[in-house]
Design a protein around this ligand. Structure first.
Ligand SMILES: Nc1ncnc2c1ncn2[C@@H]1O[C@H](COP(=O)(O)OP(=O)(O)OP(=O)(O)O)[C@@H](O)[C@H]1O
Length: 278
């Protein structure tokens, strides 16, 4: 059961992220303040490009941010070095991706066991854990099949078993039903809900899928990199891309350009920001 005394398990403050393609900035997040309590089943909704994956990736320690804080289980994940972050992820966070991301040459149970071996468990113990979780996600009988011998829904169940096998506090799922037909997607989300209720694992899921949104204990709406209360709410234009995309995070060529002609860079960014929101 979810913990009665909920505590904040994920918290971000003023989180900014901008991607660069050559000299063009692509702002993704604008000052995101997020709070997730342990045991919640939260869905991040928003149209394509609204920043859902970016937010999940930063919270999961897969990407850096330009500015702000991201506390996961009380630790500032943005301040960790690479190896510390990898260890933290392995111990505390399970990932489920839209494209399953299974290792093609390994069987379902080997795929699940692999993450346990990364945690330092023996092969035998890891395979036993894998069997347990494959049964939990109702495909225990398919453990010896490779991913290409499984349906999309079955592969995603393997991915969920793999995410759970390390006994994480948090599962981050990026569009987990996007490649599944609606019935299979519904079954998967019901399974995730059940696991959330039985194990108390916190789920943060990004999705466009109405069935997933329906299942949420809380829905967070993202629009153009902002959290909004309703889809009608106008998002603030990224007036200050110069702030969102700090100089030190820009590509070298862009830093040089800015150094020689800061005005031109600001104008270029303003134009870019205006065109994105016009
Ligand atoms: N690697 C990248 N390089 C450049 N721009 C990127 C990159 N990744 C994301 N972006 C941009 O950042 C913004 C947010 O993208 P993100 O993938 O987080 O959105 P999303 O809501 O997850 O979209 P989708 O639902 O299509 O997966 C978009 O404008 C996108 O084009």
């Amino acid at each position: 059961m979810p913990e009665d005394n909920q505590s904040t398990i994920i918290q971000t403050r003023d989180l900014h992220k901008c991607y660069w393609v050559g000299t063009m900035p692509y702002p993704a997040l604008h000052g995101i303040d997020l709070e997730i309590q342990s045991g919640e089943f939260v869905v991040l909704a928003g149209r394509s490009g609204s920043g859902k994956s970016t937010l999940l990736n930063i919270v999961g320690g897969l990407e850096s941010a330009d500015r702000g804080q991201a506390q996961v289980l009380g630790e500032d994940i943005l301040k960790m070095g690479n190896s510390q972050r990898t260890g933290f992820r392995l111990a505390n966070i399970g990932f489920v991706f839209q494209a399953y991301n299974l290792i093609r040459v390994l069987s379902a149970r080997e795929n699940v066991a692999y993450v346990c071996q990364l945690q330092g468990k023996s092969k035998q113990e890891s395979l036993e854990i894998a069997n347990h979780w494959l049964h939990e996600v109702e495909i225990g009988h398919l453990g010896y099949r490779r991913p290409d011998q499984l349906s999309g829904g079955q592969q995603q169940r393997v991915a969920v078993a793999r995410a759970l096998a390390t006994d994480p506090k948090i599962i981050l799922a990026d569009e987990p039903t996007a490649n599944l037909d609606s019935t299979t997607g519904r079954h998967l989300i019901e399974l995730m809900q059940r696991l959330n209720q039985n194990l108390g694992t916190t789920f943060l899921i990004s999705s466009h899928d109405p069935d997933v949104k329906q299942a949420a204990s809380r829905l967070i709406k993202l629009s153009d990199g902002f959290i909004v209360n309703s889809w009608d709410e106008e998002t603030k234009p990224p007036v200050s891309l110069a702030v969102t995309c700090p100089i030190r995070n820009r590509p070298f060529s862009e830093r040089l350009r800015h150094f020689f002609n800061p005005r031109r860079t600001a104008d270029q960014q303003k134009k870019q920001g205006t065109s994105r929101h016009s």
